[in-house]
Design a protein around this ligand. Structure first.
Ligand code: IVH
Length: 667
C-alpha cells in the first residue's frame, strides 16, 4: 500500500467506525458485532502506526487518552455561559408561563427537557472537526479540557451529514450513568480507596483529571442541548435539536413540546415519579420557549435568560430511625459500615439500609444510637443518610464509635496511614476475606472459573474443602459429591472449569492474585513489562516504582504481596498445578535487540503517542522506566526534552540518543 492508498483507507475506516460509534453510543442500535468492530479498529491502528503522519485529530484512536496535562489552558467563551433561574414551586412555574404569554403577541410553545445533574460543557467545531472542549468556569471563561472530552464516546470528533457550518458551538452536559458510578465506587472500595460521593461530583472531578487515560476509563456520557452558529437559520429549539441529531450528537429522547400549563404539569409530574428509573440523575426539568424569535424578543438578564426556567425537584427525603450499624468485610479486609434503618417508604420503595462509607462519615453526621436520620435518594440503589435530626435525639443516647475489632473474626482493626478506611489484618483467618479472595480469583475477568460464584465458594470454604486459591486445584469430583447441591454432573462441571482455568494467560493470573491496586488493566501492563512472575519478583522496589503507571503506592503493594510467605507458598502450589506464571512464548516480541535494557522516552516524538513508544520498546525486549535515575541505561530524547532531565541523565552517565538512532537500534 502506498501513502495515497493508506490515506484513502484510513479515511474510509474512520468514517465507518464513526458511523458505528454513533449507532452504538448515541442510538443504542449497533448493527455489527464487537468482533467486526474490533477488526476495523485494529486495521486503523495498524495503518496509523505505519503512517503516523496520517493520524487525524478526529480519528477514533484519539479517544483512548494518554496525555498528561499539567494545567488546562483558559478559554474565553465568545458567548457567555448564562445560568437558569430556577424554582421549587409549581406556582412560580405557572407565573413564568403566564408572564411570558403576556409579554409577547407572537404564538409560541415550550420545550421541556431533563435537567441533567452533571457538568456543562461547550464544544467548538471548525469545519465539522472538534477543536476545543471548554468547561463553563465562571461563565465568561473556562478550562480547555479537550483531551479529556475526546475520551467521551458520545461526543462526535467529526460531524456527519449536511449543512455543516465552518464555525459551530454546541453546549450540553457531561454526566455519569449511575451504574458506572457504582461500579467505580465498588472498585475503589476493593482497592481500599475512599468512595466518591455522587455521580455529579465524580463527573466534575473526572473532567479535571490530569491523566486523560483515567478519564477514558471512567466512562462519561454527554447530551447536547443547544447550539450557536451564524451560518444557519433555525426557527425553533426543536429544529436545532433535530439538526444536532443528524450531525451525530446525542440528544435526549425525553425532550417534549408542551403547549400549555396542563401539558407542562403532566410532564413535570410524570418525571417527578419516574426519575428514579432513569439511568442518570436529574435534579429537575428545564422549561424553555421553543421559538427562537420569541426568545430574542424576551432577552436575558445579566444572569439568565427570561425565556427559560428550571423546575427543581426536592430531593426525595424521608425521616426514619437508625436501628444499628452493620460492618461488612471486603476481600482486602476493608471494613464498610452500613446503616440498618427502621423501614421507611422513599420514592416508591421501602428503604431498610443506607450507605455510610467509612468512619469519617459517621463523624461528619455525628451519629448517635437510635438517632432519627434523614435519608435521601439519588439514583443509587442504596440511599444515603444526609443528616441527623438532633432535636429528636434522646439525651442519653451514646455517640456511635466505629468498631475496634473485626465483626467476623474478632481481630483488632488497623488503619493504614493516609486512608479513611479501617482494615482487618487477619487475612488468613477471616472468612469473608478468604471467600472474597477466592471469588475474585474465580471471576470472569480473572481465572474465569465458570460455576464458582459467591454461594459455591462460601459453601466450599465452610465445608473445609478450600481455604485459599491453591486449594481449588486439589478439588476432585469425589470431594464434591457428598456436598449438598452437587450431583455428579455439576461436580464434574465445576472440576472441568477449574482445570480449564489453567489455560488463562499470565496477565489474568496476575490480576487474579488480588494484589491491592493491581486491577485488570494494570495487570496487563505489568505482564508486558515483566513477562514472568520471576522477573517481577526480582525487580527492586525502585525498579517497580519507575515502571509506567505503577508509582510508589502500587510498587509497595506488589512487593508487600510477593514477600509474604503465605503468598509465596500459594504461588508455589499454583505453579505446581501449571498455572501460567509466564507470558506465553512472546509471539508479540519482534526481536530481542533491546533485551534487558532500561529505557526512557522524553519529549515529543512526532507521530508517536507515549503508549506506542512504550509498546515499541517492549516489543524489542526493553524495560521502560518513567523517570531518569541510576537504573536508566538509555534515554531517547524527543524534540522538546527538558534541560533538567538532560543534565541529570548526563550526570548519571545515561546514554542519550535521538529517535533516529533508536530506530536504527531496532531495525
Ligand atoms: S439550558 C442559558 N438545558 O443547568 C442557559 N441547561 O442552571 C441554558 N442543565 O449550567 C441552559 N440540563 O449545565 C439547559 N436540558 C438542559 C440542562 C441544562 C442541565 C444545566 C446546565 C446549566 C445549568 C443551568
Amino acid at each position: 500500500m502506498n501513502l495515497e492508498q493508506a490515506e484513502k483507507r484510513i479515511e474510509q475506516l474512520i468514517q465507518e467506525i464513526q458511523y458505528h460509534d454513533n449507532l452504538y453510543y448515541n442510538q443504542n442500535l449497533p448493527v455489527i458485532s464487537d468482533r467486526e468492530y474490533d477488526a476495523l479498529y485494529q486495521e486503523l491502528v495498524k495503518l496509523e502506526n505505519q503512517y503516523p503522519e496520517l493520524i487525524k485529530p478526529y480519528s477514533p484512536t484519539q479517544r483512548v487518552g494518554g496525555s498528561i496535562t499539567k494545567n488546562f489552558p483558559t478559554f474565553q467563551h465568545n458567548i457567555p455561559f448564562l445560568s437558569l433561574s430556577n424554582s421549587y414551586s409549581i406556582e412560580e412555574i405557572h407565573d413564568f408561563i403566564l408572564r411570558n404569554q403576556k409579554l409577547t403577541e407572537k404564538p409560541f410553545v415550550f420545550i421541556l427537557q431533563h435537567k441533567f445533574d452533571g457538568v456543562a460543557l461547550s464544544l467548538h467545531y471548525k469545519k465539522g472537526i472538534l477543536t476545543h472542549a471548554v468547561t463553563r468556569g465562571d461563565g465568561t471563561k473556562g478550562d480547555d479540557i479537550t483531551p479529556n472530552a475526546k475520551t467521551i464516546r458520545s461526543i462526535p470528533l467529526q460531524l456527519k451529514g449536511n449543512n455543516i457550518p465552518d464555525d459551530l458551538e454546541v453546549r450540553g452536559e457531561v454526566f455519569m450513568h449511575i451504574k458506572d458510578f457504582e461500579k467505580l465506587n465498588q472498585e475503589r472500595l476493593e482497592n481500599g480507596e475512599p468512595p466518591l460521593m455522587n455521580p455529579r461530583n465524580t463527573t466534575s472531578g473526572t473532567l479535571k483529571l490530569q491523566d486523560s487515560k483515567e478519564v477514558a476509563r471512567r466512562k462519561l456520557d454527554f447530551v447536547a442541548y443547544y447550539l450557536f452558529t451564524n451560518e444557519l437559520n433555525f426557527l425553533t429549539d426543536f429544529e436545532q435539536l433535530e439538526q444536532l441529531k443528524l450531525w451525530g450528537f446525542p440528544v435526549s429522547e425525553h425532550n417534549q413540546i408542551c403547549k400549555d400549563i396542563p401539558e407542562i404539569d403532566s410532564y413535570l409530574q410524570h418525571w417527578k415519579e419516574k426519575r428514579f428509573s432513569l439511568s442518570y440523575d436529574i435534579d429537575g426539568i428545564v422549561i424553555k420557549i421553543n421559538e427562537l424569535e420569541v426568545r430574542e424578543e424576551l432577552g436575558s438578564t445579566a444572569k439568565s435568560p427570561r425565556w427559560a426556567i428550571a423546575y427543581k425537584y426536592e430531593a426525595e427525603k424521608a425521616i426514619t430511625q437508625l436501628e444499628s450499624i452493620s460492618y461488612q468485610v471486603g476481600r482486602t479486609g476493608v471494613i464498610t459500615p452500613v446503616a440498618n434503618l427502621k423501614p421507611v417508604l422513599l420514592a416508591g420503595t421501602t428503604v431498610k439500609r443506607a450507605s455510610i462509607y467509612n468512619e469519617d462519615e459517621i463523624q461528619r453526621l455525628d451519629l448517635h444510637e437510635n438517632d432519627y436520620v434523614i435519608v435521601e435518594k439519588g439514583g443509587e440503589i442504596i440511599p444515603k443518610i444526609s443528616s441527623v435530626v438532633k432535636e429528636k435525639r434522646n439525651p442519653q443516647a451514646k455517640k456511635l464509635e466505629f468498631i475496634k475489632n473485626c465483626p467476623s473474626c474478632g481481630k483488632e482493626l488497623i488503619k493504614i496511614s493516609g486512608e479513611a478506611n479501617w482494615y482487618c489484618p487477619n487475612s488468613e483467618g477471616c472468612n469473608p476475606q478468604i471467600i472474597g479472595r477466592i471469588e475474585h480469583f474465580a471471576h470472569r475477568k480473572a481465572m474465569n472459573i465458570d460455576g464458582l460464584g459467591s454461594e459455591i465458594v462460601t459453601q466450599l470454604v465452610n465445608a473445609g474443602i478450600i481455604h485459599n486459591v491453591a486449594d481449588l486445584y486439589d478439588i476432585t469430583v469425589e470431594k464434591l459429591l457428598p456436598l449438598e447441591r452437587f450431583a455428579k454432573k455439576s461436580a464434574e462441571n465445576l472440576y472441568q472449569s477449574i482445570q480449564k482455568s489453567k489455560e488463562q494467560p499470565f496477565e489474568k493470573v496476575l490480576f487474579a492474585l488480588g494484589i491491592r491496586h493491581v486491577g485488570e488493566n494494570l495487570a496487563k501492563k505489568i505482564a508486558h513489562q515483566y513477562p514472568s512472575l520471576e522477573e517481577l519478583q526480582n525487580a527492586s522496589l525502585e525498579q517497580l516504582i519507575e515502571t509506567p503507571d505503577v508509582g510508589e503506592t502500587i510498587a509497595k503493594s506488589i512487593k508487600d504481596f510477593l514477600s509474604k510467605p503465605e503468598n509465596q507458598q500459594i504461588i508455589q502450589r499454583l505453579k505446581k498445578h501449571q498455572i501460567q506464571f509466564q507470558k506465553q512464548n512472546n509471539t508479540e516480541n519482534l526481536s530481542n535487540k533491546l533485551k534487558g535494557i532500561t529505557i526512557l522516552f522524553s519529549g515529543t516524538i512526532p507521530g508517536y503517542k507515549r503508549e506506542e513508544l512504550v509498546a515499541l520498546a517492549q516489543n524489542h525486549g526493553a524495560k521502560v522506566l518513567s523517570s531518569v535515575s541510576k537504573n536508566l541505561q538509555l534515554l531517547v530524547a524527543g524534540e522538546d526534552i527538558g534541560p533538567k532531565k538532560l543534565e541529570k541523565a548526563q550526570e548519571l552517565g545515561v546514554k542519550i540518543i535521538n529517535f533516529d538512532e533508536f530506530q536504527k537500534m531496532i531495525e
